[in-house]
Write a protein that binds this ligand. Structure first.
Ligand code: 6PG
Length: 211
């Protein structure tokens, strides 16, 4: 199997998918050909309850045979600005190139109830167009720093898949997919891979507004 480079989302939604993969594809996938990255990470140590890496390790990494060298976590414990620079270099070094920049085979994204994705929040939507592959964001309520991918590398992926669940997301899903007035203010609306391969995986509650 060729190498498969995947950027994982954080938060709580991915737990469903990670648990399913660990339970049903433990032996079906040659994990030595899969390479994991993160779309964003909270600026906390990897053992912190807020860490996306910790969540992924608990629900997936600790249950599959993936070589440690295939796992490229964002180092939340380090200086955010320095880590954003370092991680961008990791992507340049590890990923194949297409359209003159690193290309993921798959970027998995979540979406917040405010329409944020990765860690680009509506009040910092300018980060989407940053000229670096990674940027430092700030959670609008908690002030927590995050390091994450920016728009150009997300939209350079072969495939982008949103995983969105819960009734609290339904309005934004409807506004963004339906391109309702003002939808462009939500960072999730900027996800538009050049490949055209954009998938939405929704539960019934999150899809309630789609008719
Ligand atoms: C994060 C995520 C973020 C997440 C959304 C949805 O680090 O929080 O990357 O973008 O995907 O906030 O989070 P839930 O899945 O917890 O609803």
């Amino acid at each position: 199997m060729n190498e498969f480079h995947v950027s994982l989302s954080g938060g709580s939604t991915p737990k469903i998918v990670f648990d399913f993969l660990a339970e049903n594809y433990h032996d079906e996938i040659d994990w030595s050909s899969v390479y994991f990255y993160w779309g964003d990470e909270r600026c906390v140590p990897p053992e912190d309850a807020d860490s996306n890496y910790k969540m992924t390790k608990a629900h997936l990494l600790s249950k599959i045979e993936m070589p440690a060298e295939n796992i490229f976590r964002i180092k939340g414990e380090d200086d955010p600005e320095a880590e954003a620079v370092r991680y961008a270099e990791v992507l340049k070094k590890q990923l194949p190139t297409a359209n003159g920049m690193p290309q993921f085979d798959l970027v998995i994204l979540g979406m917040g109830g405010d329409g944020h994705t990765a860690s680009i929040f509506p009040n910092e939507i300018a980060l989407w167009d940053a000229d670096s592959y990674c940027a430092v964001a700030t959670h609008p309520e908690s002030g927590q720093k995050r390091v994450g991918l920016t728009g150009e590398i997300i939209n350079n992926a072969k495939t982008v898949a949103f995983l969105v669940t819960g009734a609290d997301k339904a309005n934004k899903v409807e506004e963004i997919i339906g391109q309702k007035a003002g939808y462009e203010k939500y960072p999730a609306s900027r996800v538009s891979p050049k490949s055209g391969e954009l998938l939405w995986f929704l539960d019934r509650d999150a899809a309630a507004g789609l008719g």
